[in-house]
Design a protein around this ligand. Structure first.
Ligand SMILES: *[C@@H]1O[C@H](CO)[C@@H](O)[C@H](O)[C@H]1NC(C)=O
Ligand SMILES: *[C@@H]1O[C@H](CO)[C@@H](O)[C@H](O)[C@H]1NC(C)=O
Length: 214
């Protein structure tokens, strides 16, 4: 049973390994800005001409650290930078980027080879001077989707188990029936040997005396 459960878990894991990109926009409450942003661009504050190229029409411009938690196995960061900034994942430096125009918003950093778990991305100025300007747009992260097929697989396995159980029971019942028939046949024969004990024929029960291996 344990082996079968293990198989079910393995099949489930294999099927569930479907990833889709989810987004976190700069306006998401999930993001922590450690400094009050300079500018928050929306179509109404910055003009729809300049925000048309931004994800969902918004961006946040800051010189402070940006902290973004997410759950997944890959991350893609879209921003523009003036100066040099660092990208940390779970407290470890993963990338450095130098730019000259914070309006040049594009894919600035990505890390596709993460373990599928909780992560914390931090984006912060490389120097303590804090003269860097980051126009942060959004991130994408590869997020695991639960599979629609899990139900079908579990159903199939459970159905198969039930079928096997029924098959086993049927086989057992057939074997028992055959054994009982053999017993009664012997009973008949023994009954022939003891014609004065006709009950043996009716009961089909083996007498104890001639102990035989089945
Ligand atoms: C997520 O987006 C990145 C960047 O566009 C792309 O390279 C990657 O293949 C995408 N991943 C998935 C699972 O769609
Ligand atoms: C896009 O912006 C609207 C508000 O302008 C917000 O309600 C919505 O959640 C945003 N979508 C994403 C994907 O961030």
């Amino acid at each position: 049973m344990k082996a079968i459960l293990g198989l079910v878990a393995a099949a489930t894991a294999a099927q569930a390994a479907r990833f889709v990109n989810a987004s976190i926009d700069d306006t998401s409450p999930q993001i922590v800005y450690t400094q009050q942003p300079f500018i928050r661009c929306t179509p109404s504050t910055c003009g729809s001409d300049s925000t048309a190229r931004l994800f969902n029409g918004t961006s946040t411009t800051t010189s402070g650290m940006i902290i973004i938690p997410f759950v997944g196995n890959a991350v893609y960061v879209y921003l523009g930078v003036e100066g040099t900034i660092n990208f940390n994942l779970d407290g470890v430096l993963h990338g450095v980027l130098t730019g000259s125009d914070s309006n040049d918003v594009s894919l600035a950093f990505y890390e596709p080879g993460l373990t599928n778990s909780k992560h914390v991305l931090t984006i912060y100025p490389s120097t303590s001077a804090g003269s860097e300007i980051v126009q942060f747009d959004y991130i994408l992260y590869a997020h695991q989707l639960p599979s629609k097929h899990i139900g079908a697989i579990v159903g199939g396995v459970v159905g198969g188990l039930a079928f096997m159980a029924i098959l086993g029971k049927t086989a057992l019942w057939l074997m028992r029936r055959r054994r009982q028939r053999r017993l009664s046949i012997r009973g008949v024969r023994l009954g022939d040997d003891w014609p004065d004990k006709p009950s043996l024929q009716l009961d089909g029960v083996l007498p104890q005396k001639p102990k035989q291996a089945m």
